[in-house]
Design a protein around this ligand. Structure first.
Ligand code: SF4
Length: 75
């Protein structure tokens, strides 16, 4: 298993402010209505920005979680 960081959106809380996409554009893009679409895994060079986006979300709707992902054996 290898740990990866993922962003999770609480859709009940999210109000579509869009601040998160401004702070972490490498991990979040906005849909046509201004709601975030998060990439599957946060790139390593985007972890600090992703945490800043979570901290700045006015609705506390964004969380950074660590997920264990299976590693496929080398061939
Ligand atoms: S900043 Fe928070 S409330 Fe605004 S779009 Fe991003 S996750 Fe949703």
């Amino acid at each position: 298993m290898a740990p990866q960081l993922h962003l999770v959106v609480d859709w009940i809380r999210c109000r579509g402010h869009g601040i998160c996409a401004e702070l972490a554009p490498e991990a979040i893009v906005l849909d046509d209505w201004g709601f975030p679409m998060v990439k599957a895994a946060v790139p390593h060079d985007g972890e600090r920005d992703a945490q800043r986006a979570c901290d700045a979300c006015p609705s506390s709707a964004l969380t950074l979680v660590e997920v264990d992902v299976p590693v496929s054996p080398k061939r």
